[in-house]
Design a protein around this ligand. Sequence first.
Ligand code: ADP
Ligand code: MG
Length: 450
Amino acid sequence: MPFEALGLDPKIAKAVREAGYTEPTPIQTKAIPLVLRGHDVIGIAQTGTGKTAAFVLPILQRLSTRGSSTNRRVMRALVIAPTRELVVQIEENVRKYARHLHLRIATVYGGVGERPQIQALRAGTEIIIATPGRLIDLMDQGHVDFSGLEVAVLDEADRMLDMGFLPAMRRIVKALPKQRQTMMFSATLSKEIETLTNEFLSNAEVVQIGRRANPAELVTQFVYETTKEAKLALLLHLLRDATLDSVLVFSRTKHGADKIARKLSSSGINTATLHSNRSQSQRIAALKAFKAGTVRVLVATDIAARGIDVEGISHVVNYDFPPQPEDYVHRIGRTGRAKAIGDAISFVTPDDRGNLRDLEHFISRGIPRKVAEGFDASAYKAAAPTMTSWRPSRPSRPAAVRPQRPNTYASSRPQSGSRPASGSRPPAGGNGRAAINSTPRFADRSRRRP
Ligand code: ADP
Ligand code: MG
């Protein structure tokens, strides 16, 4: 979709094309028409999604097509951003997008002389991009006239809150005309941001792109309680299930990845590895074989797996539980793509419990625990050479056409005899968390914000 289709002036669309943009990003596609219609907008999208143009382009449109109501030179648009670096960056963008228009633009931030900034404010520069601190200084000195202001933007509002700018934001917004259009942008939509929305915006339209903190909704996630020693055997046990037909296994280390791959291969499972000790051509070959389906299991480290996009991954196995919630979200984002139904399985040892708690907090939901049925780690050590006999006999089906996979390897009831690691139970009642069992927990808070 070209930028003109959003209702933007050809002069603006031309500048955007010259900036090298061929089409609007999702946040731009959603937000620009709303802003052009005059709505207050709260835009939520992660860093790097093009939020700047989402507010700058419609502002330019407004300023270029409508003269100021009073015909005098006044500040008509104000953008507030948390740091001078960001202010400078936004200014560069504004200048780029406004290059075929005749608008005056100036910045206001600390650490540099006030004189030129005061002059720009006194001259009635149409677009001012400012940090809260210096703007307040200049307001206090009586250099700022907001009477002709039409649009205000609070960019990176979440960061401004983190940096303690709430009182400054309040003072600035209070000084603005009541009749105005207000926009707020943030990478996250927290309770605090929602409160600000109610305070600073009126009847705001919420535009939210890709809730980053929430893993792909189509991915079913669960956790196996295990021990370090039993992990390999548990993985082999799970791989007896033929529906795990295209499995991405995450290992924390390269060495660990090699070890897992060796074990799986020696058990007759076609396995490849993806990590930075492997040459580029080896990595490409591994990915190709995995995509083609000749390799059933790809064992990867986080760094190597970043950005890989393989369609039809049926399962992601967090063999080593990621310490960072963001890594978990990235990992499981590999499955459930293109509407495939994918499972994300995590092995959790007693050492991982704190990280699991952090993750559940981060994604605002609990992850159900499962118990591997009929799993006995000791049997697997002895049985390793005969693993080939466990190869799937059923034909494997593509992930997308098996919405109701039979629950062959998991039980919904705890079975004390089949527990892979009964010694890994946390002391009951110690911190209010019951011993791990296989029934989904936290069901009551699964939809609640932490
Ligand atoms: P955010 O504020 O969401 O972090 P930015 O507005 O800084 O993101 O944009 C991130 C990068 O994407 C910038 O380099 C910007 O020039 C570029 N960009 C923005 N919109 C587009 C687009 N429609 N097409 C291509 N690149 C874009
Ligand atoms: Mg930004």
